[in-house]
Design a protein around this ligand. Structure first.
Ligand code: URA
Length: 265
């Protein structure tokens, strides 16, 4: 059995990894990467004079305009399946490399309400569906309170859910401006293909992506317009789980969405 000292040493090591940003283990047994280090190559050990001349430095790769590439790919998609395929194949977003699964959407594509969140978290990354963790359960409860669900086949009683990014950022960090900008063309096409009556933006990231604004606590509850649709900025359900007093504001915003749907021409 381990001694108390071994326990506290192991515990300190684990805390240190968590501080460095590790938030899950990906193997059953630890691997010492220093033991795996490549041996220094024979060429590198030779005296400099006898080494072959280094290869010429290649010219800098031409810079790629990621938002323009995304726009080309998005505009070529004429259905949700094609859009999902185009996004899945899009390799210019670095976040994709660290994600397990691609999370495109959930809910009824004919729904009158389209909900846009930030990006998948841990549970979503494991399952490949947006908003399935604690924040997702909160989101379901919020919209159920105004008679909407992701499971309903009735377009007037359902929601369709997506995120600005379809891949989980490392350690759930907020997507940066460049990542948001390169995914916006896909989002715009996504809205055009779903053609909802109302869009709900959950938190700051979709607020930036869709309305080019920040400050969700200031702008929540105020109707705006984007892509020819009425847009309601709302507090993110993960925020409501931490700040329960803000549920009152979320309820007011949900009632505003309900009223808008009821009076739609
Ligand atoms: N938070 C989001 O913004 N989206 C998800 O899919 C899950 C959590």
């Amino acid at each position: 059995m381990e001694t108390a000292e071994e326990y506290w040493l192991a515990r300190a090591l684990l805390d240190w990894h968590v501080e460095l940003g590790a938030d899950e283990s990906i193997g059953d047994s630890p691997v010492n990467r220093y033991d795996l280090a490549e041996p220094i190559s024979a060429a590198a050990r030779q005296p400099a004079a006898s080494r072959a001349a280094p290869p010429p430095i290649p010219a800098a790769a031409p810079t790629v305009d990621a938002p323009a590439e995304a726009r080309k790919a998005a505009e070529a998609a004429s259905s949700l399946d094609e859009l999902a395929a185009a996004m899945r194949d899009f390799d210019l977003c670095e976040v994709k490399k660290g994600a397990r699964k691609f999370c495109f959407s959930d809910g009824n594509p004919a729904a009158s309400v389209m909900i846009i969140g930030e990006a998948p978290g841990r549970e979503e990354d494991l399952e490949g569906r947006p908003f399935v963790g604690r924040a997702g359960q909160m989101l379901d409860r919020m919209f159920a309170a105004i008679g909407l669900s992701r499971g309903s086949p009735d377009s007037q009683e359902s929601v369709y859910i997506t995120n600005v990014l379809p891949w989980r950022p490392p350690s759930n960090r907020t997507p940066d401006a460049a990542e948001i900008a390169m995914m916006v063309p896909f989002l715009e096409r996504h809205v055009a293909l779903v053609d909802p009556d109302v869009i709900c933006l959950m938190g700051n990231t979709p607020l930036t992506a869709v309305l080019n604004e920040t400050g969700i606590t200031r702008l929540r509850g105020q109707w705006a317009e984007a892509y020819g649709k009425p847009v309601m900025p709302m507090l993110h359900p993960a925020y409501l789980l931490r700040q329960t007093a803000a549920k009152k504001q979320a309820w007011a915003d949900l009632l505003a969405v309900k009223a808008r749907l009821e009076t739609k021409p």
